[in-house]
Design a protein around this ligand. Structure first.
Ligand SMILES: C[S@@+](CC[C@H](N)C(=O)[O-])C[C@H]1O[C@@H](n2cnc3c(N)ncnc32)[C@H](O)[C@@H]1O
Length: 199
């Protein structure tokens, strides 16, 4: 049994319980900005299809996807990169509390990290905040339609040059970042969650 199971059995029971790992202002953002527990489990199951895989959450927020994935798939490494330092700090604190040894967090822009070392990617429409001016997480980062285009195009190119067999999960995505060489292999019934494999 995982140490985390012994220490924090209740936080994986439902979203409200998990969100208690965070300060109240982060809990209030959860419905709109953080992956629901059931979605995180489904996405992690697809990405962690073999032991030893290394998965990157592009825009990891407070770390919810990585921490849930790490709890249920202890043989997989989950890494989250997050541009907002405050959210990165909350992810690190939650990692400490849950003692998730296979979850790791990086503070920075995803364009500054080497994507070629990962076997799979999770993407919860992280660039969409550049296209809307309501329900923002905060006003601490630059946002513009041209940044949306730049990030989407950048990720498209990196995914296109990834190895055959690379797995990708998108949630609420407009799919601007998904190259045609990625084959859709499964979806949720509402089509919000999509699983892809690079041919
Ligand atoms: C919708 S939230 C998803 C958070 C997390 N993946 C989850 O599912 O719970 C998207 C996150 O992506 C981050 N983000 C957006 N653009 C980014 C970039 N270029 N580099 C790193 N993080 C970014 C935002 O700050 C935000 O925290």
């Amino acid at each position: 049994m995982q140490t985390s199971t012994l220490l924090k059995p209740s936080c994986y029971v439902n979203d409200a319980a998990f969100d208690w790992l965070y300060p109240e202002k982060m809990q209030q953002l959860s419905r709109r900005h953080w992956t629901p527990l059931s979605i995180a489990k489904t996405a992690a199951r697809f990405l962690a299809n073999e032991p030893g895989k290394k998965i990157l959450d592009i825009g990891s927020g407070v770390g919810k996807f990585c921490l849930v994935g790490a709890r249920f798939y202890p043989e997989t490494t989950f890494v989250g990169i997050e541009q907002r330092e405050e959210l990165y700090q909350y992810a690190m604190e939650a990692k400490e509390v849950t003692q998730a040894r296979n979850a790791h967090f990086i503070h920075g822009n995803f364009t500054q990290t080497d994507l070629s070392v990962y076997d799979g990617f999770y993407f919860y429409n992280s660039f969409f905040e550049n296209l809307v001016d309501q329900d923002q997480i905060d006003d601490k980062v630059e946002q513009s339609a041209s940044l949306y285009n730049y990030y989407s195009r950048y990720l498209f190119k990196k995914l296109e040059s990834s190895a055959s067999g690379t797995r990708l999960v998108t949630f609420h995505s407009l799919e601007d970042e998904v190259p045609p060489c990625y084959q859709l292999v499964d979806t949720s019934t509402d089509l919000m969650l999509k699983m892809w494999i690079r041919r």
